[in-house]
Design a protein around this ligand. Sequence first.
Ligand code: ADP
Ligand code: 5GP
Length: 202
Amino acid sequence: MPTATDQAGRLVIISGPSGVGKSTIVSGLIERLAPKIRLSVSATTRDPRPGEVDGQQYHFLSPQDFAARREAGDFLECMEVFGRGHWYGTLFDEVRPSLAAGQWVILEIDVDGARKAREQFPQAVTIFLTVGGNSVEERDQELERRLRSRKTDSEEAILRRLEVARREMAQAHTYKYQVVNDQIEPTIQQIANILTQEGLEV
Ligand code: ADP
Ligand code: 5GP
C-alpha cells in the first residue's frame, strides 16, 4: 500500500464557497489535462440532483453505509458539511491507487475537509476559488446569483449555503493560491498554469 511519502502523483485541493464555480472549473481542467489528472469522486449521503449519476459526480451512499465505511477507516477525510445530516467524504480508494500510478488527483472539498487532507498530504497544492467584487456585499450578491442560476437548490438550501460561504471565504488565506473565477476559460487556464508551475507535466 503506498503511503503519503512515496507517492508519485500529487494531490490538488480545490475549495471555495458553494456556487463559486468549482464543478464548472474542475470539469474544464479535467477535460484539458486528463488522463494526467483526475477528479476524486467523493462519497455523500445527500440525494442526487437531476442528471447526477452514482459513481460519476458522487458515490451516493445511504447514511448507514457511510457510517459503516467511516468506522472501517475508509475515508481520508469526511465531514458533515451543511449541518443538516449530509455527510461528504474522500475515500482512500479514490486517491491512493491514482497517486501510486503517477496521476495527479483533484479533491473538490470544503475548507474543514481540506485542513484534514493537508495534514496527511502536506505536499498538496491548495487552491481557493473565489468571486470578484469590491466588497463583501458584492461578492455575496454574485455568489447568490450563481447559486440561483444553477436552479438546483431550494430557497432554504440557498440561504444555508450562503451562510456557510461567508465562513469559507474567511479561510481563503490558508490556501497557497487564491484564484478569482471571473470568467470560466481564463480561470481554467490560470489553474492549469499553476499546476504546470507546480510540476505537472502535460
Ligand atoms: P460550485 O461547484 O462551486 O457549487 P458550480 O460549478 O455548480 O459551483 O457553479 C454555480 C453556477 O455558477 C452554475 O450555474 C455555473 O454555470 C455558474 N458559473 C460558474 N462559473 C461562472 C463564472 N465564471 N461566471 C458566471 N457564472 C459561473
Ligand atoms: P454539493 O452538495 O454542492 O455537491 O457540495 C457541497 C459541498 O460539499 C461543496 O462545497 C464541496 O466543497 C463539499 N464536498 C464535496 N465533496 C466533499 C468531500 O469529499 N469532503 C468534504 N469535506 N467536502 C466535500
